[in-house]
Every structure is written in C-alpha cells, then in structure tokens.
Design a protein around this ligand. Sequence first.
Ligand SMILES: *[C@@H]1O[C@H](CO)[C@@H](O)[C@H](O)[C@H]1NC(C)=O
Ligand SMILES: *[C@@H]1O[C@H](CO)[C@@H](O)[C@H](O)[C@H]1NC(C)=O
Length: 311
Amino acid sequence: MKPFTKLTWLLAVAAQSCAQLQYTSTASSAVAQAAATALTQSPTSQVAGKTFDRFVQIWLENTDYSLAVGNANLKYLASQGILLTNYYAITHPSQPNYVAAVGASTNGITDDSFQRISSGVKTIVDLLEAKGISWGVYQEDMPYSGFEGNYVNQKTKANDYVRKHNPLMSYDSVTSDVNRLAKCKNFTMFNRDLNDNKLPQWMFITPNMTNDGHDTSVTTAGAWARNWLTPLLSDARFNTDRTLIILTFDEGTTLGTNHIYAALLGNAIPATRVGTTDGTKYNHYSLLKTVESNWGLGNLGTNDAGAAAFF
Ligand SMILES: *[C@@H]1O[C@H](CO)[C@@H](O)[C@H](O)[C@H]1NC(C)=O
Ligand SMILES: *[C@@H]1O[C@H](CO)[C@@H](O)[C@H](O)[C@H]1NC(C)=O
C-alpha cells in the first residue's frame, strides 16, 4: 500500500471502531453532549405484508410459563388475543436470547457481558432494509439514540437501561452504522414517534429493569404491560388495522424446558381467533420466521429458516 492509501485505510478503520464504541461513556457531561448531538431517525414506510403491516415485540424478563399465565394482568392481555401455550426461549441467560431473536443465532454468546459480534454477521435489519421496511428499537431509559453502554437511574443509581436487553447493540453491523444507531431509541422517542405518527413497521420494545420484572417480579411486569398496552391497543397510530403484537419473556427461571409465556395481540388477529390459544411449538426464532414469511424477506440462513411462523 502507498503511504497515503495506508493512512486513509487506517483512518477508515479507526473511524469504524470509534463508531462501534463512541457512545459508551456514562459521565454526565458526555451523556448530555451526546444526547444533544446524536443522530435520531424515525423513517416510516408502508410495505404491505401478507397478514400484517406492522410487527411489535415487547419483552419482559425471567419468568416461567406457569407463573406468567397465573398472573391476572397477563391472563387478561392474553384474553384479548391468542395465548401461545407452547412457546420456548432459546437458552440462558438473557443476552443470547435477545441476540438470537434478531440474528437467528446466539452467535456463541453464553453470558450477559459486553459483546461484539463481527460486522459480517447479518440481522433481521439487513433483510428489512433490503425491502424498504422501516424499523426501530425502543428501550426505556436509554439516555439517547444509539447509546452503546449501560445506564443507571441518575438519582437512585439502580440499574435502569442495560445493553444486554437491547437485541441489536451487540452487532457491529448495527453499531458501525450511525444511521442504524439512530434507530435505536428510548421511550421519549417512542412517545414522540407515536404522536407524530412516525412509528416504524418493525419494532422491538424493552421496558426498564423495574418494569420488565428483572429487578422486581412478574407482578410488576404484568401490571406494567397491561397499563402500557391498554391505551395503545385502542390507538390507531400504534395498533393499525394490520398490526401484530407479541408480548413475551426473554427466558424462564428454572433450568429445563425454558417454557415461557407469549401472547399475540393487535388488529391483525382475526376476530374469530381472539380469546383462543395456539399449541403449536414456537420459540424466539419464530419471531424472525413470522416477519420473513410475511414480507417475503428470505432468511438469515440459520435457525430462522426452519422455525414455525405464527401465521
Ligand atoms: C431520549 O433520546 C433523545 C434522543 O437522543 C434524547 O434527546 C432524550 O434526552 C432522551 N430522553 C431521556 C429521558 O433520556
Ligand atoms: C423505570 O421506569 C419507571 C417509569 O416507567 C420508573 O418509575 C422507574 O423508576 C424506572 N426504574 C428505574 C430503575 O429507574
């Protein structure tokens, strides 16, 4: 390489690895500065799918199926849609489940630590973007769009937003692209996008460590889910005529089958199926398969290919 070419190359490599870690500082000045300047994007699209035009996933934490179906609020929500009685998480602990739900593989991750999956590894985002389908991740209490670290409540110092519950953040193919980081947003942005009628067609939603049950219990998670979802279910800006929502958990707590609660909601569900159950065996890879079949996206060539779709 000529010296000049080599320098350009080195700068490009440095810029890329910076992008992958540029937004990790939790110092309040760094957070304030980044919050003021970080790119935030809310593109929309109207690509018609076979059975739905919008797909929303909401993940709660660490609860076995038997405990979740016994919770009054989760039971109520399931009665508004379809209870999937035979749905399984992939593994333990949390992080590989989130990673698998967007990348069709745990990518060898077996823990909750800071992970980076190499930039050649694709996710559902690559398939969605290829068809012009808008997407967004909404994470409660993430301090700004594209933040790549962990964040605590600034008053109580309690864990609040965690990277391990943000499914796309471990993928360099996302973090090396500022336009992709700009679509990983917080709940302030969710509310803004809802008000502006700018919610995307594919969404992944994680409440904070209190509301998702991680640092509390299924009682808190169930109450949060019902309170948060009830107004949205009757809001046409969220629950459009052809919206499919899944409320589920990342994993169970007892080692063994990893059987978890999952309920389908939203106007895409035919009236005749509201209040019913579906005993088909599904798992988190079904989240990918359902989306891929609906929009004819092809697949990521791993565990998504043979998974069962909800419709
Ligand atoms: C949410 O993200 C936006 C966009 O980056 C940022 O301006 C805002 O301060 C964040 N809200 C909270 C409560 O952290
Ligand atoms: C999580 O969000 C709720 C509001 O939705 C808030 O009351 C609670 O304090 C937050 N949890 C933490 C640890 O900050």
